[in-house]
Design a protein around this ligand. Structure first.
Ligand SMILES: NC(=O)c1ccc[n+]([C@@H]2O[C@H](COP(=O)([O-])OP(=O)(O)OC[C@H]3O[C@@H](n4cnc5c(N)ncnc54)[C@H](O)[C@@H]3O)[C@@H](O)[C@H]2O)c1
Ligand SMILES: [Fe+2]
Length: 351
């Protein structure tokens, strides 16, 4: 059995009970703990190569999105003739995979229920493998794994999950009644608990709701894919190693403002779920209140809220906008058509 995680998870003892359980059942385990955040292609290829030398009949992962995404690709590529670059894109995986069990330690990506793995290629570009084979056999939610998450990681990963739900709710082509239900319930759980999870980290009820919320948000965007917030966030992760959730938070209010002409009605529906105090306003007032509330949320949770705080300067903006425009897989889902000029203006506003 392959056990995929990162060294921080191992050091914190978060993998101990899962490893002990496997041992108790006499299962031989090969531990791969070299996962790096925002998994680089070279790391995935090295993991797959090593996995091919091992006797493995399944893959278990305990970790954040980076570990789970790596585990999914090991399960798919271990016995495959396909090279990793051949499967970037939608529906390009042929063949099956090894049995796969995923247990998240962050309440964020929802990777435990999505058919997606995100890889950082040599050019600092984030590419997605999107195929049904990447859905696991089991997703195991254990809130005790998340009580040790530092506030900064709780906030960033929690906002990532909220963005999954918001973008699923306004996704242009595949939004449907089921993804809407999942997105609304995810947002209710995440919005009501993100502050408690950050400031009272041992609160197991809040942690459970965050984990459930992030999973439901994962199911929502597995059906109705995410859009421009993620497309503009990815180049920040690729070039500046900004954590995925933080990069989403940095561009979120600016992308929502840009989308407003096309998405005002849907934002108006979500607003009172995220901020119950907005319920009395008219749809326009609710949508505007939601954008303002989300703009205020990042600093309230102790997060940076300007690109300049992370080493980004004016000179970088054309490169970021050009890279964001390469995320065509995501941009087609945006409620308003994104252009290079609009992306540039959004980054400038976020600076
Ligand atoms: N597959 C998908 O559907 C999907 C969706 C969204 C994002 N992603 C990808 O997931 C990755 C981000 O994953 P992530 O945000 O979960 O973080 P991560 O897996 O990159 O981990 C970030 C850091 O948090 C630490 N950490 C994780 N759990 C911890 C815990 N319980 N206590 C203390 N520290 C802990 C890790 O050791 C690591 O140092 C990115 O590559 C992103 O592109 C994938
Ligand atoms: Fe995300």
């Amino acid at each position: 059995m392959a056990f995929v995680t990162d060294c921080g998870i191992l050091e914190r003892g978060l993998a101990d009970s899962a490893l002990a359980g496997l041992k108790e059942h006499g299962i031989d385990v090969w531990v791969f703990s070299d996962v790096v955040a925002d998994p680089p292609e070279a790391m995935i290829l090295a993991a797959v190569e090593e996995a091919r030398r091992q006797v493995i009949d399944g893959v278990v992962s305990v970790g954040g999105g980076s570990s789970m995404d790596t585990a999914k690709l090991i399960a798919v590529l271990k016995d495959s003739q396909q090279a990793l670059p051949e499967i970037y894109g939608v529906g390009l995986v042929s063949g099956g995979r090894l049995p796969l069990v995923l247990a998240p330690t962050t309440a964020g990506t929802g990777s435990e229920v999505t058919p997606i793995s995100i890889v950082t290629t040599g050019t600092a570009e984030k590419k997605g493998v999107v195929s049904p084979q990447l859905l696991p056999d089991w997703a195991v939610l254990d809130a005790t794994l998340t009580t040790g998450l530092p506030a900064a990681v709780t906030a960033a990963t929690g906002i990532d999950a909220m963005v999954h739900a918001i973008e699923a709710y306004t996704s242009r082509h595949k939004k449907n009644p089921l993804s809407d239900c999942l997105a609304r319930e995810a947002l209710r759980l995440l919005s009501a608990n993100i502050r408690t999870a950050c400031f009272d980290p041992g609160n197991i009820a809040a942690r459970s709701d965050m984990l459930l919320g992030s999973m439901l948000a994962g199911m929502a965007f597995a059906n109705a894919p995410v859009a421009a917030v993620h497309a503009l966030a990815y180049p920040l992760g690729g070039h500046f190693h900004v954590p995925h959730g933080l990069s989403n938070a940095l561009v979120l209010p600016h992308v929502l403002e840009f989308n407003m002409p096309e998405a005002i009605e849907l934002y108006g529906e979500l607003a009172p779920i995220i901020f119950p105090g907005l319920a009395g306003r008219d749809p326009q007032g609710r949508a505007a209140g939601m954008v303002e509330g989300l703009r205020a949320l990042a600093p309230q949770l102790g997060m940076q809220d300007k690109l300049s705080q992370l080493g980004v300067s004016h000179n970088h903006l054309p490169m970021l906008a050009a890279d964001a425009m390469k995320q065509t897989r995501l941009l087609v889902n945006n409620p308003r058509e994104m252009t290079y000029e609009a992306a540039l203006a959004i980054y400038a506003a976020a600076l």
